[in-house]
Design a protein around this ligand. Structure first.
Ligand code: ARG
Ligand code: ZN
Length: 877
């Protein structure tokens, strides 16, 4: 907690460390309320002013002792402050020994060493290690670690840290000791320890060069039989990384621990990944298909970090995307190969648009490589992660898969064991391919979503088709002037029969089906085009841009039916639906009648999709799902919350009513009768079946309640249960409470499943939702100290229920501000995440603007506010 104004940290001020640490020897005497940490550091001056002091980071530490080269120091030879230990006149090389006491049990921030249920665990990224011991807590200080853990044998039979377990000793008196050594030098943020009474599941993996690796997943007792899918995902990830990139695991042991209280998804600590239990535990009765897919991708993500993050790490936290963007790209590729590539792409683009686009157009917009921060934890963002992954993906597009692989090989050749920058990564890519990527690199430093406008002209006499492409990026905080970016656009031209025409052009910008838009304005002329074609542009969503085109409704319907690029086929439907909804919202907001007739052609296009036997069910489910209310809102000058909600609901009712027979047929055809399996194939059928059910029940009337309740009662897996329950939470009538109660009775002892129950009630669009949410904060299963619970209830309400969160009377904002203020004193990282939604206040009408601003002002005015919440709230205003 800071009472003085928080400091901004700038990339431009980067200085190499004054002292490096070669080796660390840590000893933990583990007690929940008083753990004593002894640290012996081998330090060596590597920079800074000659003779300058040795400054180590440290927060919330009770310093017991300091020794230099075995000699005890006392002030003024050293000095401590709120966040540092300073040793004056240090030798050029020294052994520094410190002993500190910490209170893990009181650590509600869940950064550093803390207690979750009864187990000890750690989260050190980004700057948690300084809450464990005094240390130069920055990623460019890499050391080898030897860790001794001592604790009660009965309470902590399992004691883990990074690397290899080199000894275990009974200490007598009911205590024991375990020693771990990690041979790979690593930054402090990758340190981890776990101690507890845990169950374990074990498997093995043989690497391509023949190394036998023991794989272990540790969970709380009773969860052993819910680890199979995570273990299988791990094994598939290890194999995939060898096959795709030739990257092999480098130790004999790989451990994963599932923890109930965790601020984020998971953490890639060297050989000891710590996970939010939500992303490990699964079986048919407790996990949805989406949960299984998340487990697969997050297990892979953390495993992939062993090379992209651990073996090569970040020089400083501004380079976070060096490891995160690259590793997200890798996990997306993995999931695409394991499942359906087009379906994965659509899901990723949906997520990018839902989270990254709004971030990039709001007050918290920042580049993939930010140049300033107050609290680094606030920069684990969709921009650094997902837009970062898009930037990597564009490099692969520019270099080809072989060229990209060559670049990656050179990157590891040059930088294995180092802490490097995004520039180093791009240089390896460029050098391996003999390409100049300096223009492309602007994607790292320029924030904002580029808007590309494409206009077309057909010259029937010359049989020539000309595209004019223009790019523009709006100003973002701190960047009023924008430069053109290098935007690779995959293009197709469809002929009258729906097939792709050959692309012939003398324009240098065209390279295969790829147009390189590098300037503000370019034209490309295609020759030999018999008739005016239908344009398909940014196929595969190869560039993370917003697009304006002159496509007609008929063009979009044509693309929905024929585009050879599945992403573009889906996208055409989204654009078409968005266009209809925007028009209806605008009409409604100005008191005019809409044009429901215009919607019939769209419904016909949806019918086509449903009946197209060449499409797989997972794709169909996505293609018939309308863009979210949030997405429609972003396309409008002012977010008309209530009108958007009404229009989207009405369009869903219309589609449901017009295509009753088709949806019934789709439900019947996609009923899964085999035993549940978490495969993409079954998941696709369930998705389509449940999307059809949702359309059939879109009016939430008595018939809908009956149909949904029937489905709820019949469900034998969590996916179908949740699909039915999400409809039932919207209906009025006895089915709603009957289903909610049945679910609660069955699952009240399973915290992870109860999270779903909280979330469903929080996102219900019914007018009484906020009062339910408030009542649920008093539910015995709710706990404000558990991040998953907060995200399920408060987070879901504020981030996934636009019509109720933005209630005209401001009640949603007041509830959020109250929750954030309460949470900030316990867990600033989670509090700061919750309040991000208020940052979009400029997008709403004047009344809502005022209410959202005053909620933000109330947060900023809290006398003792964390850096985390202060940064988000103050930048939002
Ligand atoms: N490196 C982790 C991952 O993406 C995330 C850690 C986030 N920690 C934080 N304090 N923000 O795999
Ligand atoms: Zn990551």
């Amino acid at each position: 907690m800071k009472t003085d104004l928080p400091q901004t940290v700038r990339l431009a001020d980067y200085e190499p460390p004054a002292f490096s640490v070669d080796a660390v020897d840590l000893t933990f005497d583990l007690e929940p309320q008083r753990t004593v940490v002894t640290a012996v550091l081998q330090l060596r001056r590597t920079g800074g002013a000659p003779g300058g002091p040795l400054v180590l980071d440290g927060e919330n530490l009770d310093l017991l002792e300091v020794l230099v080269n075995g000699k005890k120091l006392s002030p003024p030879a050293y000095e401590t402050s709120e966040d540092a230990l300073t040793v004056f006149d240090p030798p050029e090389a020294l052994t520094l020994e410190t002993r500190v006491a910490i209170n893990p049990k009181a650590n509600t921030r869940l950064e550093g060493l803390y207690v979750s249920n009864t187990m000890f665990c750690t989260q050190c990224e980004a700057e948690g290690f300084r809450r464990i011991t005094y240390f130069p807590d920055r990623p460019d200080v890499m050391a080898t670690y030897r860790v001794t853990l001592r604790g009660d044998k009965a309470a902590y039979p399992v004691m883990l840290s990074n690397g290899n377990n080199v000894s275990n000793t009974d200490l007598g008196g009911g205590r024991h000791e375990a020693v771990w050594e990690d041979p790979f030098p690593k930054p402090s943020y990758l340190f981890a320890l776990v101690a507890g009474d845990l169950a374990m599941v074990e498997d093995r993996f043989k690497t391509q060069s023949g190394r036998d690796v023991t794989l272990r997943i540790f969970v709380e007792h009773g969860n052993e039989d819910r680890c199979d899918y995570a273990m299988d995902s791990l094994i598939r990830s290890m194999r995939w990384d060898e096959e795709r990139f030739g990257l092999e695991y480098d130790l004999d042991i790989f451990n994963i621990v599932a923890v109930s209280d965790f601020n984020m998804g998971a953490m890639e600590n060297k050989s000891l990944n710590v996970f939010n239990a939500k992303y490990i535990l699964a079986d048919a009765s407790t996990a949805t298909d989406a949960d299984f897919a998340n487990i697969e991708s997050i297990v892979a993500h953390e495993y992939f970090h062993n090379w992209t993050g651990n073996r090569v790490t970040c020089r400083d936290w501004f380079q976070l995307s060096l490891k995160e963007g690259l590793t997200v790209f890798r996990d997306q590729e993995f999931s695409s190969d394991q499942r359906s590539r087009p379906v994965k792409r659509i899901q990723d683009v949906r997520a990018l648009r839902a989270r990254q686009f709004p971030e990039d157009s709001g007050p918290l917009s920042h580049p993939v490589r930010p140049d300033a921060y107050i609290e680094i934890n606030n920069f684990y963002t969709a921009t650094v992660y997902e837009k970062g992954a898009e930037v990597i993906g564009m490099m692969q597009t520019l270099l080809g898969q072989d060229g990209f692989n060559d670049g990656l090989r050179l990157y590891f050749e040059r930088h294995d064991g180092q802490a490097v920058t995004c520039d180093d990564f791009v240089a390896a890519m460029a050098d391996a391919n003999g390409k100049d990527l300096s223009h492309f690199k602007r994607w790292y430093s320029q924030s904002g979503t580029p808007e590309v406008t494409v206009t077309s002209a057909y010259d029937a006499g010359k049989k020539a088709y000309t595209l004019t492409l223009e790019q523009m990026t709006r100003p973002t905080p701190g960047q009023s002037e924008k430069q053109p970016l290098h935007i690779p656009l995959r293009i197709g031209l469809l002929g009258a029969n729906g097939g792709d025409l050959d692309l012939v052009s003398d324009s240098g910008a065209l390279d295969g089906g790829l147009v390189h838009l590098t300037e503000e304005r370019q034209t490309v002329t295609f020759t030999n085009i018999p008739d005016r074609p239908v344009l398909s542009v940014n196929r595969g969503f190869g560039a993370p841009i917003a697009l304006n085109t002159d496509q007609t409704d008929a063009d979009l319907a044509f693309l929905m039916a024929h585009d050879s690029d599945p992403f573009a086929r889906w996208e055409a439907g989204q654009q078409y639906a968005t266009r209809l909804m925007k028009a209806a919202v605008t009409a409604m907001a100005s008191g005019e009648a809409g044009d429901p007739k215009g919607q019939d052609a769209f419904v016909a296009a949806v019918k086509n999709i449903l009946e197209d036997n060449s499409l797989d069910p997972a794709f169909k489910a996505l293609a018939i799902t309308l863009p979210t209310e949030e997405f429609v809102g972003e396309q409008l000058p002012v977010v008309h919350v209530d009108e958007i909600h009404a229009v989207r609901a009405a369009l869903r009712r219309k589609i449901g009513a017009d295509l009753q027979a088709e949806f019934r047929a789709a439900m019947a055809a996609n009923e899964v009768r085999e035993p549940f399996a978490p495969t993409a194939e079954q998941a696709g059928r369930r998705a389509l079946r449940n999307a059809a059910l949702a359309y059939l029940t879109a009016d939430y009337g008595p018939e809908a309640a009956k149909l949904a309740k029937e489905s709820f009662d019949r469900a034998d897996n969590m996916t179908d249960t949740i699909a039915a329950l999400s409809i039932l939470t919207e209906v009025d009538g006895p089915e709603r409470s009957a289903a909610l109660e049945a679910f609660e009775t069955r699952w009240k002892d399973n915290a992870q499943v109860m999270d779903k129950w909280f979330a469903l009630q929080a996102v219900a669009s019914r007018p009484d939702t906020l009062s339910h949410v408030k009542a649920l904060t008093k539910h015995p299963c709710f706990d404000i100290r558990n991040p998953n619970k907060v995200r399920s209830l408060v987070g879901a309400f504020a981030m996934a229920n636009p019509v109720r969160f933005h209630a005209k009377d401001g009640s949603g904002y007041t509830f959020l501000a109250d929750s954030v203020i309460e949470l900030d004193s316990l867990n600033p990282q989670v509090a700061a995440r919750m309040l991000g939604t208020l940052g979009s206040w400029r997008r709403y009408d004047a009344d809502r603007q005022a209410l959202m601003r005053s909620a933000l002002e109330r947060i900023v005015a809290v006398p003792v506010l964390s850096k985390d919440s202060y940064e988000i709230a103050s930048k939002s205003l």
